[in-house]
Design a protein around this ligand. Structure first.
Ligand SMILES: *[C@@H]1O[C@H](CO)[C@@H](O)[C@H](O)[C@H]1NC(C)=O
Ligand SMILES: *[C@@H]1O[C@H](CO)[C@@H](O)[C@H](O)[C@H]1NC(C)=O
Length: 428
């Protein structure tokens, strides 16, 4: 049945086709004859016809050659514009391609880092702040690898940089460490004298291979120059797969810091803050009365991390942090390394800038105490001063040695009087 109906309709088609063609031709002729201009193209008044006089023809030709020139120059202009636009377009396409590539790179990285997961019930979901550690690469510095193998405990080590300028402070520093019974600490000697000094006192020490650019700074300059160097020197430690507790030497130890770390973040640092708000972050409301109803703007604030005492895990974001800080310090020679360190850690991505997005943890400001907290608050408060901190960093006071000794007297020997002679801050 179906076959038959098919054949029938085919033959019907066959007979309809010539009819349709014939009708089409007829209609075409009809419209061409009666409406010669109006059907397919808009009507054009014929400019030159057989009826025009010769004069008219000449003037029309004159006009049209003028027009032709105009048109030519317009054409040249348009072509020039076209070339410019093409260049712009290809630049934009290139930008777009790079942007797409960047996005694609980020997407691919996500694919590599983790399988997709289903979301658990409310309140059970946790993003990761603990990045995987890098594969240790001993080839970057076999000699340092040997030293660390001997000194580190659980692939962790306290590291301090020192040159001859800080010899007295260094001595107080390592004595306080030894008193607590910490063995995994290492001095990076920046000159021969400090190296010998450490060796003769049985202090674990490592002297770097000569590197003129770094070493001239290291030997001769003061605190700030040395503290810029550390970001360059620390990279190798992380490449070797060790977690570092970077320590300035104006720090005294009362407990083993490794007993008080969380180890969940790329960077875990002591703060320059002095209370819960300044240390851990707060909403600082900015008031602009002229804005009327909208006068209050909320801002996020936190006191900077202290770049003289931080724990850093051997992860890609950590190493990127060091590289970024080193890069900026060399490009901006007058910048302060601590400010740069914090900007790199905290500023989010924005147009034209990719933020670091390392995970961060602020250390307890009573356990890892700065000297402002100690002199302004703790030493005057009988209940707070009963608790022994892990470390105290004499970072708010310029001549740190007397303060360091007085603090040790206070916590180790219970001697309170030496402290009383110090002001809260420094006496300029
Ligand atoms: C400060 O924060 C700690 C925990 O982070 C909390 O136990 C303490 O009560 C807070 N103190 C004040 C004064 O808010
Ligand atoms: C000492 O510190 C504690 C804890 O911050 C506080 O509650 C107390 O009021 C302080 N005491 C004095 C005398 O400031």
């Amino acid at each position: 049945m179906t076959g038959r109906r098919g054949r029938q309709s085919k033959s019907l088609h066959r007979s309809r086709l010539p009819v349709a063609i014939a009708v089409g031709i007829f209609l075409g002729c009809f419209f061409a004859f009666f409406f010669p201009y109006s059907f397919l193209s808009p009507p054009k008044p014929p400019r030159t016809t057989a009826k025009s006089t010769p004069l008219q023809v000449v003037s029309t030709i004159g006009e049209s050659s003028e027009q032709l020139n105009q048109l030519k120059s317009q054409l040249v202009e348009a072509m020039e514009k076209n070339v410019k636009l093409k260049i712009q377009a290809s630049a934009l396409t290139e930008k777009l391609r790079l942007a797409e590539q960047g996005k694609d790179h980020a997407r691919k990285q996500v694919l590599v880092l983790g399988a997709q997961q289903k979301v658990g019930p409310f309140g059970t979901v946790k993003g990761s702040r603990t990045n995987p550690t890098v594969v240790p690469d001993e080839s970057v510095n076999p000699r340092l690898a040997k030293v660390l193998e001997r000194v580190a405990v659980g692939r962790e080590v306290i590291v301090a940089l020192a040159n001859l300028n800080v010899k007295d402070t260094l001595e107080v520093w390592y004595n306080s460490i030894q008193r607590v019974g910490i063995h995994n600490y290492l001095v990076v000697a920046l000159d021969e004298e400090i190296f010998k000094f450490c060796v003769s006192n049985d202090v674990p020490v490592y002297k770097r291979d000569p590197d003129e650019g770094i070493d001239s700074i290291a030997r001769t300059r003061g605190n700030h120059a040395v503290s810029r160097l550390k970001f360059r020197i620390l990279r190798e430690f992380l490449q070797l797969g060790y977690s570092l507790l970077l320590s300035d030497v104006d720090i005294v130890y009362f407990q083993n810091p490794f007993d008080h770390l969380y180890r969940d973040s790329d960077v875990e640092a002591m703060t320059d803050g002095h209370d819960n708000m300044t240390a851990y972050g707060f909403d600082d409301i900015f008031d602009e009365p002229a804005m009327g109803w909208a006068r209050y703007a909320h801002t996020m604030r936190v006191w900077v991390y202290n770049s003289g005492f931080f724990y850093i895990r051997p992860t890609l974001p950590s190493i990127e942090l060091l590289d970024r800080v080193v890069g900026r310090l060399s490009r901006e020679p007058t910048s302060w390394d601590q400010a740069v360190f914090n900007e790199e850690l905290f500023f989010p991505s924005h147009p034209g800038y990719d933020g670091l997005h390392a995970s961060r943890r602020t250390m307890d400001f009573y356990l890892f105490m700065n000297s402002k907290v100690f002199f302004k608050t703790v030493r005057k408060n009988t209940s707070l001063s009963k608790f022994k901190p892990v470390i105290i960093h004499v970072n708010y006071h310029p001549d740190e040695l007397p303060q360091m000794l007085a603090i040790i007297e206070f916590y180790v020997n219970g001697e309170q009087d030496t402290l009383k002679s110090f002001p809260d801050g420094s006496d300029f």
